[in-house]
Design a protein around this ligand. Structure first.
Ligand code: KIV
Length: 272
């Protein structure tokens, strides 16, 4: 007996470049586990980012620095098992690509081999150029990440808007051109002035995906847990909340607790 299966056209790195060329905006959200990835993929979102923000969201760390390569592979492989259509991009975590290009390639190969992800994302510009080239030469697609790069939080000192000063804006524009020339298929721009982000998007042919970078770019990314209001202490101006799950889930848990305490749950119909 054959089971009819829905046919999905999978999103590839080329699809994203084509979307930019025809002016279609790209949607990207994070997921770190199977259940969330099933929902995000089923919703038609183009790209799922297995972000190292899992370090904050899933593990409760203050920064993205502690998450390990093994932990990223665990999250990414859970996501990959769920998806039918979306492109899965996996963050290379802090400390796995900054020291030398050979180590960077080894880390990227482990992500691709052990998780089944489709591409990696790396934070930084000219300082990681050789590592990016080494990974691209091995046939692994790379997404760049400029602007606020959380893995360098201790260098910046704060999570405020980046590249407001002319010198930093100039460097960011040069880095974006370098990433395009090196062969990256897209770049995330995080928390920079909208005007600068639009300028960068116009200067390159690869997609620019913004988070806190305004509407003049080629796509948007948000952390899903923030977007659905499951987190509630993080309230940056760029975040649009589509639900308030923190409140709804707290109410549900509290109602469940009351029902157990009062003996209302389980009812006659909820037992064997
Ligand atoms: O780790 C992450 O979730 C990210 C996005 C914020 C772009 O890098």
């Amino acid at each position: 007996m054959s089971v009819a299966k829905k046919e999905y056209k999978r999103i590839t790195v080329k699809s994203l470049v084509d979307m930019k060329a025809r002016g279609e905006k790209i949607s990207m959200l994070t997921a770190y586990d199977y259940t969330m990835a099933k929902i995000v993929d089923g919703s038609g979102v183009d790209v799922i980012l297995v972000g190292d923000s899992a370090s904050n969201v899933m593990a409760g760390h203050e920064t993205t620095l502690p998450i390990t390569l093994d932990q990223m592979i665990y999250h990414a492989s859970s996501v990959v098992r769920a998806i039918e259509r979306s492109l899965v991009v996996v963050d290379l975590p802090f400390g796995t690509y900054q020291s030398d290009p050979k180590e960077a390639l080894r880390s990227a190969i482990r992500i691709m081999k052990e998780s089944g992800g489709h591409a990696v994302k790396m934070e930084g510009g000219k300082e990681i150029k050789e590592s990016i080239k080494r990974i691209l030469n091995a046939g692994i697609p790379v997404m760049g990440h400029l602007g606020l790069t959380p893995q360098s939080i201790y260098k910046f000192g704060t999570y405020t808007v980046r590249a407001k000063e002319e010198q930093e804006a100039l460097q960011l524009k040069e880095d974006a051109l370098m990433l395009e020339r090196a062969g990256c298929f897209a770049i995330v721009l995080e928390k920079i002035p909208a005007k600068l982000a639009e300028e960068v998007a116009k200067s390159v042919s690869i997609p620019i995906i913004g988070i806190g970078a305004g509407n003049g770019v080629d796509g948007q990314v948000l952390v899903t847990h923030d977007m659905i209001g499951m987190t509630h202490e993080f309230n940056p101006r760029f975040l649009r909340r589509y639900m308030n799950l923190y409140e709804d889930m707290t109410k549900a848990c509290s109602q469940y607790k009351d029902d157990v305490k009062s003996g209302d749950f389980p009812s006659d119909n909820e037992q064997y």
